[in-house]
Write a protein that binds this ligand. Sequence first.
Ligand SMILES: [Fe+2]
Length: 518
Amino acid sequence: MLRRDLNRMALAWALSAWAGVSPALASGRRLPGPAWQTNPFALGVASGQPRPDSVVLWTRLVFADADAAWQAQPQTVQCEVFADEALRQPVRQWQLETDGRRGHSVHVTATGLQPGRTYWYRFVCGSASSPVGRTRTAPALDARVSQLRIAQASCQHYEQGYYVAHREMAQRELDFVLFLGDYIYESSNAKYRVRSHLGGVPKTLDEYRARHAQYKGDADLRACHAAHPWVMTWDDHEVVNDYANDLDRDYSDPSVFLRRRAAAYQAYFEHMPLRIGPDPVVPHQMRIHDRMAWGQLAEVWTLDCRQYRDHQACPDPNRGGARVVVGCDALQSARRSMLGNAQEAWLMQGLADSTRRWKLIAQSTQMSSSGVATPLGRSSFNDAWDGYPMARERLLSGIADMRLHNALVLGGDVHMNVAANLRVRPNDEQSPVVASEIVTTSVSSRGMGESMLAAIRDNNPDIRHARSDERGYTLLEIRPDGATATFRATPFPVQPDSVLRDQARYEVLAGRAGVQAA
Ligand SMILES: [Fe+2]
């Protein structure tokens, strides 16, 4: 079938799935509740955090003007899980109440499921039913799994391109989508706009809710959520560009900034298939880092590189946040941390304990060095791992000491495809390669210029592949004997009907750290 036809099918499927206002329940009983004028499930459905016996199912009710009266009342939503696509074999159902305090979001931890199985699900509220989602549980913990298929993605600035990557991911056979941050963008750049954010830069809960709702208004994004479970972490733009812990780049009073962070985290939770939301007592804290197993084949860590990190080193006193620094002695402090002490200790303990073949360390940014020689010394981009070199060294030394040969670091954030070797001392031939890195390009956000990238390539032999000119996602196939990363990309994300092709393919062999062109 032509890809164009596949694309049309994906679009038609995404639209048809939520066109129906159907009162039919698995039990044949109509749920009491509103007779809706407009389907309140316009943001679609999603699933995530798969486990062998459970998965999180998500939706959020939105209210058209004609249905606004219902908004003030709590609403009962039924969630139904089926064993078949035709929805003839009900498995379980749950009834939940939701209200405006949680943005009328619904999160169901669907338990009691079979491992390694596909399920279908939908939500019903009054006269309306949601689109049907498809999801998949993780294999049994002791299962000998032959393959794990992941679509790795990040950075989807709504204004800078269309979600052709999501359109293709929705059509793929995948176990899950791994989204590594910059799901929404708070900011705009009038220069590169093919469609527009509604409203200004969000700061309040309602403003962040509106931004998330606008992103979920994209049919390709909804289709990708409905097609696969997602495993997620965040980066900075979910709150504001370049924030670090309690500090934004305007040097706002931390107590003011933490209120904004709490609003952003709450809105993020309300729109994502996550088990845990913000801490009810300390709402600017929300645990997102997580660990999951894929049978005996792989262990996956999703890390939080924003909430607990030390502030960027050697900042500009007038405008904080990310910058390229040279001769910054503070970088060498062993106390500086990207993950925070507790998360770092948790990760190292987990890596030491895990008996699974592949250790997939999924995090938001780039771990390999991208410094460039200058007359005053080597430069460091202080927002990525180059800004936390001693923390990187601790992590990679730990991997070397534990003799983990199958550690694969997965990243995003930098809007380019990267395949790199990771050494305790970056780019030093005397320091053995101890892990491999795959960074995925952005879904839509613009990448850096070629001259800058050429300098990065020239100065960093550990980087075997780096291209910032194309948008897309990365297909990962993890097998007992090796892992393959295929960069799927297009130079034309600003054309709504553009299609992706293979930009490059890299391989990591089991037992031998390092990437090689396949
Ligand atoms: Fe980004």
